[in-house]
Design a protein around this ligand. Structure first.
Ligand code: KIV
Ligand code: NA
Length: 265
């Protein structure tokens, strides 16, 4: 199968093909994902929790993301690699650009940042400088101290309206992709219908244009934290890591994952 490129993402949406994304942090898993049809590999700052053992993503550093991006890039050639800005590293356009150049040089084809607001300037600054951007709205884990925990977002009318406006704004600023995390299914579906860029859901229902899960959740590992509703153990279903990846990719593509049991009404 062909290497996944940025222009292929909007094309996939136009043609109604769903995108399968997983997080990876090393070459070994990246290789198995690549060989079994995963389109997008996120080197997420979730590594602060699932790899480093912190209680939030806030302690992750730019150097950590670079180390893991380089490892993933050695393992995966076909999938598009997306490096996640850790907390504080995207606070100004210039600072974000300096980090993003290092992510790209480590093998990322795209970078991901949380939020809209002042981040819209960051998105524009990076896109103008030839660095494709994935936005991330809804439950943005770097906002944990303001949110007071990891909670479903966009539940009331005002919050839903803001989320719809933010989604349009990140597309307008030049983002190529949008992760929607822990958003009611109907709202995520409405946002997906609104936008030309693909949405990638995690706890955002079946109406998104693709799905993402964190590696450890997807393998059914006990994180030591409460398991969110949207998590499904694909290793139990697939019987091996390669089988789990195949089962996940097939379920995302045919729309059978997530179902209602793995979504928020
Ligand atoms: O860091 C991460 O793994 C993420 C996904 C949950 C979208 O941001
Ligand atoms: Na993240």
């Amino acid at each position: 199968a062909a290497t996944i490129t940025v222009p292929m993402l909007a094309e996939a949406k136009r043609e109604g093909r769903k995108l399968a994304m997983l997080t990876a942090y090393d070459a070994g898993f990246a290789r198995v994902f690549d060989a079994n049809g995963v389109d997008l590999i996120l080197i997420g700052d979730s590594l602060g929790m699932v790899v480093q053992g912190h209680d939030s993503t806030l302690p992750v550093r730019v150097d950590d993301i670079i180390y893991h991006t380089a490892a993933v890039a050695r393992g995966a050639k076909r999938a598009l690699k997306i490096a996640d800005f850790p907390f504080g590293s995207d606070a100004t356009p210039e600072q974000a650009h300096a980090a993003a150049v290092r992510f790209v040089q480590a093998g990322a084809g795209m970078v991901k940042l949380e939020g809209a607001g002042f981040k819209l300037d960051v998105i524009r600054f990076l896109v103008e400088r030839e660095i494709p951007v994935c936005a991330h709205l809804g439950l943005t884990p770097q906002s944990v101290n303001r949110f007071g925990g990891f909670k479903v977002q966009g539940r009331d009318e005002a919050a839903a309206k803001q989320l719809r406006a933010d989604a349009r704004a990140v597309q307008e600023a030049g983002a190529s992709l949008l992760v929607l995390e822990c958003v009611p299914s109907a709202l995520a579906a409405a946002i997906s219908a609104d936008l030309a860029i693909p949405t990638i859901g995690i706890g955002a229902g079946p109406g998104c244009d693709g799905q993402v899960l964190v590696l450890h959740d997807f393998l059914g590992l006990d994180s030591g934290h409460r398991r969110p509703k949207f998590v499904k153990d694909f290793l139990a279903e697939g019987g091996s890591v390669a089988g789990a990846v195949q089962a996940y990719v097939a379920a995302v593509r045919d729309g059978s994952f997530p179902d209602e049991a793995h979504s928020y009404a």
